[in-house]
Ligand binder design. Structure first.
Ligand code: TPP
Ligand code: SF4
Length: 278
């Protein structure tokens, strides 16, 4: 799809009207705006959109999107979303959260969601810190970051490389965006949502409260040197060469089998309620 002009008209309709309580300057504002633009561009009926999250500042996003949403448990957004997609395959299911939520407590779900390749879009707002719980190191924090009192000498361990992990685990669409470029991010999200299969979008989204130095990201972020590839080996090589701050769609492969379990037509909510009755 040609996404060279994304109209902002209509994007407001994809906002719930609830005022975000993020800190001034938080990168997550721009992710919300990019997501609303992307949904408006695609023109999805709001009642067919569900945004599912875990816990964290980033995970507040379902409350702010106009559509259905579920603010779940820390690290459990992907299983929730997978269950929803299995039961209601006609819905566009978007999963969103932070690097702590997605790669620490939710890390195992992340790997398996990549390889399962259900038709989900997973947006991780990566600020390399636990924002909501006041600034502890996350799996993407650099080993020598010493500002947290819990890790005054740094974590001493190498950070995760989310895009490389997604690629290795079998995600069929891997991209990196930047909240400082909301229009570029909106374009990536349009393609991610339209991709049939598991789309992983890592968004560099600064936490200016606990990582004020991330203001400098805007001077180091740059586009990937070349277009998206469907060759995972080429994509992996590109990740090594382009470093962690290159943005754009890195990899897409629409030919992986998408996991679409047939919904059980005989399942009734009343049966579940009865089974779990106390
Ligand atoms: C089971 C469980 N463990 C820990 C917490 C505490 N907790 C809430 S949010 C959070 C981390 C949030 O960080 P991240 O997902 O990176 O999102 P951000 O706030 O940076 O956007 C943690 C550890 C929790 N709510 N539930
Ligand atoms: S603490 Fe950080 S991640 Fe949370 S709202 Fe504030 S700036 Fe955003």
């Amino acid at each position: 799809m040609d996404t060279t002009t994304i109209p902002s008209l209509g994007a407001k309709d994809y906002l719930s009207g609830v005022k975000p309580i993020w800190c001034p300057g938080c990168g997550h504002f721009a992710v919300l705006s990019a997501l609303a633009k992307a949904l408006a561009f695609i023109g999805l009926p709001r009642e067919n959109v569900a945004v599912i999250s875990g816990i964290g500042c980033s995970s507040r996003i379902p409350a702010y999107v106009g559509g259905y949403g579920f603010h779940g448990l820390h690290g459990r957004a992907l299983p929730l979303a997978s269950g929803l997609k299995a039961a209601r395959p006609e819905l566009t299911v978007i999963v969103a959260g932070g690097d702590g939520d997605g790669f620490s407590i939710g890390g195992n779900h992340f790997l398996h969601a990549c390889r399962r390749n259900m038709d989900l879009t997973y947006i991780v707002m990566d600020n390399e810190v636990y924002g909501m719980t006041k600034g502890q190191a996350s799996p993407t924090t650099a080993a020598d970051w010493t500002r947290s009192k819990l890790t005054p000498h740094g974590t001493g361990i190498r950070p995760f490389q989310p895009a490389a992990m997604a690629l290795t685990a079998g995600a069929s669409f891997v991209a990196r965006g930047f909240s400082g470029d909301p229009n570029g991010l909106a374009k990536i999200l349009v393609d991610a949502i339209e991709h049939p299969g598991f789309s992983f979008v890592q968004v560099l989204s600064p936490c200016l409260t606990f990582r004020p130095e991330q203001k400098e990201w805007k001077s180091v972020v740059r586009p990937f040197a070349v277009e998206a590839t469907d060759d995972p080996v080429a994509a992996a090589a590109r990740l090594q060469a382009d470093g962690a701050m290159a943005t754009g769609i890195l990899y897409r492969n629409p030919h992986y089998p998408v996991y679409r379990p047939a919904p059980d037509a005989s399942a009734r909510v009343a049966d579940f309620e009865e089974a779990f009755a106390l």
